[in-house]
Write a protein that binds this ligand. Structure first.
Ligand SMILES: Cc1ncc(COP(=O)(O)O)c(C=O)c1O
Length: 388
């Protein structure tokens, strides 16, 4: 059999840190162990009925069976623009400043192909969603990792970026509310980012997948609320977590017209847009009354409180997050992230080791609140039976 050599870009992929974890999970399952999986950030709640109904109707319409427009249906881009103005008070032109995406991951992964050349640097937070680094690498760029530390409230220290790196920097990825740390960023930080980007001609790509999953009345801002942000950046949004639609694959990017055009040019040569029936469902999600979002937030608030209180009783150091369905937990002394993960796995509780998101994540594990309260209670109970 011919052996086909893989491309260099695949050979350069970082080692898959969850391989060992996956192997152990499979082994435990095979032994009949009841596993409580708090590892994956995928909502366990169903997509709301009104969105499913809209999709069903749209499926019956043959117009929706054809190739969609690359940038998205006009009605979707209109719905996005109106939602954006209602939610953040920011105007984006539906014709030129919005593009639909096959999930925000797709857009984040394609953006570097549009703006990064070999030798260019992308400034990437660490720990972070792995796509930013991998997409930069696929485009032939170099990643410079900006550590997110608890003493800086998990915001990158822009002053600490060496001037030599800044000279080659073309793009900066940011993500607030943040996965995996659950940190949030306010206007002050975004203001600082925009001034930095203007000064050094750096394109800002803000991943805002979790803005709607926020608690206790907190409303995370858009990066585009800052004066001048639209001159330097784009923001990526997702319907995945807001409306429990992870499997549907729909999101959008908004912001600077030239950047939207660049991303659109890559996309139109690679994909053919979002299935129209899904776009119709997305329009329903964005334009219908938003009580389903409120209900989703209430569910996660109760789960967050249960889990944070339980973990504190055990003696863990954990902040109650203002947003996202993640808890970023400092691990007890004497353990690495991997060792604590293994210890919890032996009790059938799956968490994600923090270093899986980048070296500065060592010393933490991430829990996703994607299980019913009874299962979270059971997880706390099992952890109480461990001596740390
Ligand atoms: C920070 C972050 N950005 C983007 C995504 C991708 O979301 P989507 O389903 O819209 O591709 C995720 C998914 O987990 C995420 O955690």
């Amino acid at each position: 059999m011919t052996v086909f050599e893989k491309a260099e870009r695949l050979k350069k992929l970082p080692p898959y840190l969850f391989k060992e974890l996956d192997r152990k999970k499979t082994e435990l399952r095979a032994r009949g162990v009841d596993i409580i999986d708090l590892g994956v950030g995928d909502p366990d709640l169903p997509t709301p009925d009104h969105i499913i109904e809209a999709m069903k109707d749209a499926l019956e319409n043959p117009d929706n069976h054809r190739y969609p427009s690359y940038s998205g249906m006009n009605d979707l881009k209109d719905a996005v623009s109106k939602w954006f103005e209602r939610r953040f008070g920011v105007q984006v032109s539906p014709e030129t400043e919005v593009v639909s995406l096959i999930g925000s991951k797709e857009g984040l992964a394609h953006l570097p192909l549009a703006f990064i050349d070999p030798g260019d640097v992308a400034l990437i937070p660490s720990p972070a969603y792995p796509v930013y680094h991998i997409a930069t690498m696929f485009a032939g760029g170099e990643s410079f990792f900006m550590p997110l530390k608890s003493e800086n409230n998990f915001l990158p220290d822009l002053e600490a970026i060496p001037s030599e790196v800044i000279r080659h920097a073309k793009l900066m990825f940011l993500n607030y509310p943040n996965n995996p740390t659950s940190a949030v960023a306010g206007h002050g930080f975004f203001e600082q980012v925009v001034r930095f980007a203007e000064k050094h001609s750096i394109l800002v790509c803000h991943d805002a997948a979790y803005t709607e999953m926020a608690f206790d009345g907190y409303r995370p801002p858009s990066f585009l609320e800052v004066d001048g942000a639209k001159d330097v950046g784009l923001e990526f949004h997702s319907l995945s977590k807001t409306y429990n639609m992870t499997g549907w694959r729909i999101g959008f990017a908004v912001g600077n017209q030239a950047l939207i055009e660049g991303l659109g040019a890559i996309k139109s040569n690679i994909d053919s847009g979002v299935f129209q029936a899904i776009q119709v469902a997305g329009i329903k999600a964005l334009t219908h009354d938003q009580s389903c979002v409120k209900e989703m937030v209430e569910v996660y608030t109760r789960r967050r409180d249960l889990m944070v209180n339980g973990l504190k009783e055990i003696g863990f150091e954990v902040e109650s997050p203002k947003a996202t369905f993640y808890l970023w937990i400092k691990i007890p002394k004497g353990y690495t992230s991997a060792q604590l993960t293994t210890k919890l796995l032996e009790k059938g509780v799956v968490v994600t080791p923090g270093n899986g998101f980048g070296e500065p994540g060592e010393g933490y594990v991430r829990i996703a609140l994607t299980q019913k309260r009874s299962r979270l209670e059971e997880a706390v109970q099992r952890m109480k039976n461990i001596t740390f």
